[in-house]
Design a protein around this ligand. Sequence first.
Ligand code: R5P
Length: 288
Amino acid sequence: MTLVLALPGAAPLAAQLASRLACEHALVDVHRFPDGEQRVRVDAPVAGRPVVLVADLAHPDDKVLPLLFAVDVLRELGATRVGLVAPYLPYLRQDSRFHPGEAVSSRTFARLLSDRFDFLVTVEPHLHRWHSLADIFRPPSCAVSAAKPMAQWIRRHVERPHLVGPDTESRQWVARIAAELDAPFTVLHKARSGDAEVRIEDAHALPPGFTPVVVDDIVSSGGTLLAAAGMARAGHCVCVHALHDAVAAQRLAAAGIALASCDTVAHPSNAITVVAELAAAVRALGFP
Ligand code: R5P
């Protein structure tokens, strides 16, 4: 019988996933020593069982080593297969050597996971120059779409929505959600001059009679949403992965922006669940 195991930060999502899959769930214990190193311990009985490891990989640097320790110990303890559900897959934005000497982190990170896991399920990975997860991830994988739950949220909360994507990379998300809603959409052009310095390059007058809703995959500094919502005069924003901190959240709130995010990353803005989609993907990959 499949066991769903949560790394720290992913317990609520893992419990919901296990309930959808009708299987047991447990926690991986991670202890941090005073020097910062981490010890991983699996208490649950895993011998002879397939395991689905659920990990919140937002702000990944402290979480990746425990993840690797966990998958190794699971195999040593006799788990028959170990799949990874990482609703947010980090390090994908660096999918090219944009400037001389830069590491292509998406390739390295995918290789780390490919060597260890039997499958990967994630949500709306930031694929741009890579066309699919299979370009960089060897085992079977599934990129779950959040378009339907995001569209449902918009349908319930916004009258006559006109979707706005802040940059050309957002077209893939905006177009799919707009199709679900049968709503119009506009894609803006963004110029980034620093980590948080973003400006929209084109002035767009949106058609009257609609409510603008800015849609993006990731909120990090919040600069993109601020600029796009300012240009579109939008009060509603919807994103997949909310990675931003409290300071950025305050800045968005002060600008009159109400943000609804998916529960791929635990965040106060979570309003949209993708658990049903995650469970369907895990089942499609042959678990439980
Ligand atoms: C960019 O390629 C992404 O789709 C997001 O627009 C970006 O990561 C948002 O970052 P920030 O919130 O720092 O502007």
